[in-house]
Design a protein around this ligand. Sequence first.
Ligand SMILES: Cc1cc2nc3c(=O)[nH]c(=O)nc-3n(C[C@H](O)[C@H](O)[C@H](O)COP(=O)(O)OP(=O)(O)OC[C@H]3O[C@@H](n4cnc5c(N)ncnc54)[C@H](O)[C@@H]3O)c2cc1C
Length: 385
Amino acid sequence: MARALEREDEDQILDAIAKWLDRDVKDKVLELDHADEYPYEMVEQMKELGLFGATIGEEYGGLGLSASLYARIVTMVSEVWMSLTGIFNSHLIMCAAIERFGTDEQKERFLPRCASGELRGALALTEPNCGTDLQAIRTKAVRDGDDYVINGTKTWISNGIEGGCVALLLKTDTEVMPRHKGMSLFIAEKGPGFTVSRKLEKLGYKGIDSAELIFQDYRISADNLLGGKEGRGFHHTVGGLELGRINVAARGVGIANAAMKASVQYSQIRETMGKPICEHQAIQLKLGDMATRCEAARLLVEQAAQAYDRGDRCDMEAGMAKLFASEAALENSIEAMRIHGAYGYSKELPIERYYRDAPLMCIGEGTNEMQRIIISKQLVARNPA
Ligand SMILES: Cc1cc2nc3c(=O)[nH]c(=O)nc-3n(C[C@H](O)[C@H](O)[C@H](O)COP(=O)(O)OP(=O)(O)OC[C@H]3O[C@@H](n4cnc5c(N)ncnc54)[C@H](O)[C@@H]3O)c2cc1C
């Protein structure tokens, strides 16, 4: 359960994270990112800060933060290195599913270990043949006594190598119609039959592991079926998407801000034709648009997170925030590269990283094409003729 914090307590949490980013992260990002190296030391520091339990209820050892405060943390961390947020984001979405839909026994068994960061999780939904159309998944769980036996492949799973468990979306009935009634979510810890087949190479989002996972006669106890009932997996998964989209949108704001701030600084230092480039109108037009995008994206994220915290339906708000903030990140990263000229293309500055990281925000947690469709459908539903 999220708890309401005094402004002073919120500031204290944000201040501790800002200090950590400045002291232990900022200067190491370039090297780790270019080497595509997992930030083990930073993960230990994130445990200390309580980030792995940020939105988990206090009764399970978490901080119980609201989505609004959590989104501000995600933005702050993303301004410095977006990859770090991936290490706790999908973990926390898995935890939110356990806390919302799990049995009491499942909450007691998983959440305290997750809150401390001892057990770190992931979301295993996507398969080689499908991402958007999740109802087309083929990985199957077949009941065998008190267990289920699982076979299939999941791909693009963030934290798939370094994490200890996954929220695993499976087909428990391949015949039933509509298809979503045959889907179930399991909390699956690593064990015999659950292997990482390969680390996936990618354009950006370096440092964090993206993996293909193979399940070959992987046996799991029926006690790990979320909520204890088959056929609810699609509902459990979709239930986490609003928070997931707010998270991705908050990352987008972080990248958009970082690109804008770097450009404001650089344009005052770099001179052409006898004056700083920020005095050329062509650059002023860019800076004006970049700052406006940042502010609009931030406000959309805030609005969606507040609706989520009130318990309101917010698929349209989360969709708008995710769509706008991710496109803002992409546009600002390109504009920052133009403003920085050749230095924007250089691996000595972070601009090229923003440019490599931003497109992921347009794909993950439902592509931006799908967000437009969700927004449009809700718009019509909320405004009947
Ligand atoms: C770095 C990275 C990390 C990821 N991490 C995870 C993770 O942790 N866990 C996980 O489960 N997945 C993860 N994913 C997968 C991600 O969620 C999917 O890539 C995403 O959902 C899109 O699915 P897809 O790639 O299969 O594209 P597809 O579904 O094949 O879509 C292809 C194109 O068609 C469009 N399209 C599809 N259907 C429609 C439609 N009905 N109407 C209009 N347009 C449509 C899409 O918008 C897109 O442009 C990750 C991906 C990346 C790249």
